[in-house]
Write a protein that binds this ligand. Structure first.
Ligand code: ZN
Length: 476
């Protein structure tokens, strides 16, 4: 393949507008001092390319010998970002990677053709979520780059997007044909397509038009319901989140009801990529989607006003398990089917958490490739806190009160840590024995995790619903 140059859709004006938005530090801008606009060291122009691909063109203000990317995404870029192989090559740099010319010479321009395919990446956002009507979401974060080391992958990148005849949605705005923005920190999903947002109070919702109508209607109620439930407890959010539900146009065979989703600041997204989503199924089979939305809605309330400061991966049980517990608490009030579903998840979490902690300490789980334990164990911990505080207060207080106190301390500058979370729990009334057990479970490798988890649940009074048989099975 030859080297690819600028697409006809790229206009110099569109490109310059991105450069203009790339200003000095926000602090400078807020104090009203003159803000010097400058050409960014690297900028990116994204256009749609033939054969269901996008073209990504990097332009550099000064010649450079390499573009650095972090992390390496297990070789995703090297596999899917197609450029002239005889001219450029990818080189691993520890957990990161760089692209450079084979002859080592500097360059000022580099283009890739990238197929728009759903890819499930380990602990990273999917690069694209295709919609069945030809629309797509592009994740900007994987494009963030540096022309010199060190490179964290969170460096701001001026991006322009051009797609003639399409709407481009980014940063809560929708524009026709072109858009310019600066991707920063963890990046954002950019929508390119022609779907009209659904009329849903409080949301800008793009839901795949090929979704079965019952499911579509259900989803358009489910997320707002969770948002209302949490707003009643934690107060209204200051933002109008975007909701994206995409249905893969080419689902892999035998993939059932597969899905992947998450949140970024101001966005909730879920990609449905199994062939099962196109076959008849009962809504009772997809309570997992209600759970997903409740979990993601919980993240908005965790993050509200905290400038998205969430603690390190080693303490992810606080926000991931905490969001699962918040989901459990609001869902079990909705009906019998939901309550039974929540009970099943708690019983399952107990098994998975006990077996997992027999292998690895919770605070080392992420490094050991067991990030999932933060959900399972973290939910049990948060629900134990809820039950314990509830019992101690005669039902007057629970996890939500612990959270309100914790979020308030984080908003006022306390770091989002295990110590500050457990301090908030203690001040809300968490009993000393349950606190001691949670401190052990979250701080060290356990000799007998099943027994210690069951002790935590029993101390909190949460073991009733699980049945004594279940407890005995797991205990030695
Ligand atoms: Zn989460």
């Amino acid at each position: 393949m030859g080297r690819i140059f600028a697409n006809a859709l790229i206009g110099p004006a569109a490109f310059a507008s991105a450069a203009l938005t790339f200003t000095g530090s926000p602090a400078t801008a807020e104090t009203g001092a003159p803000v010097a606009t400058r050409t960014p060291p690297v900028s990116l122009h994204i256009t749609r390319a033939p054969d269901n691909a996008v073209r990504a063109e990097y332009r550099l203000a000064r010649p450079t010998t390499a573009l650095h990317f972090a992390p390496h995404l297990d070789g995703y870029r090297a596999r899917d970002w197609q450029t002239a192989p005889q001219e450029f090559r990818w080189v691993r740099e520890g957990d990161d990677e760089r692209i450079e010319r084979v002859d080592g010479k500097p360059f000022t321009q580099l283009s890739f053709d990238i197929p728009v395919r759903y890819r499930s990446l380990e602990k990273a956002y999917a690069p694209f979520s295709p919609f069945s009507d030809g629309g797509l979401l592009v994740y900007s974060g994987h494009f963030q780059t540096c022309s010199a080391l060190p490179c964290k992958g969170t460096e701001p990148l001026a991006i322009t997007v051009a797609a003639q005849g399409a709407t481009i949605g980014v940063g809560g705005k929708r524009t026709a044909d072109t858009a310019a923005f600066v991707s920063r920190e963890e990046g954002t999903y950019v929508y390119i397509g022609n779907a009209e947002p659904a009329a849903t109070a409080g949301f800008l919702a793009i839901v795949d038009p090929a979704l079965q109508p019952e499911l579509r209607d259900h989803l358009l109620q489910s997320l707002p319901q969770s948002m209302r439930d949490f707003a009643a407890i934690y107060g209204e959010l200051a933002i109008t989140p975007e909701l994206y539900v995409s249905l893969d146009p080419q689902p892999p065979a035998q993939s059932g009801l597969s899905r992947q989703g998450g949140t970024l600041p101001g966005q909730v997204f879920i990609h449905l990529y199994g062939d099962g989503w196109r076959k008849p199924f009962a809504l009772g089979e997809v309570l997992v989607l209600d759970w997903f939305f409740a979990h993601e809605a919980a993240h908005f309330f965790q993050r509200a006003g905290t400038n998205d400061v969430i603690g390190p991966d080693s303490q992810a049980w606080i926000h991931e398990g905490g969001a699962d517990a918040m989901a459990a608490l609001v869902m079990q009030d909705r009906g019998d089917a939901e309550r039974a579903y929540v009970d099943r998840r708690i019983a399952e979490a107990r098994k998975v958490c006990a077996a997992g902690l027999a292998q690895v300490a919770l605070n080392a789980a992420s490094r050991a490739g067991r990030f999932d334990l933060h959900y399972q164990c973290g939910m049990l911990i948060a629900l134990a806190i809820d039950a314990d505080v509830r019992r101690g207060s005669g039902g007057a207080k629970g996890l939500h009160d612990v959270n309100r106190r914790f979020f308030a301390t984080v908003r006022s500058g306390t770091p989002w840590t295990r110590a500050s979370f457990l301090a908030a729990a203690r001040r809300t009334g968490l009993s000393a024995p349950t606190l001691a057990t949670i401190t052990a479970i979250t701080g060290q490798k356990l000799d007998d995790p099943a027994a210690q988890i069951d002790a935590m649940l029993r101390q909190a009074g949460l073991d009733q619903g699980l049945g004594q048989a279940g407890l005995d099975q797991a205990a030695p």
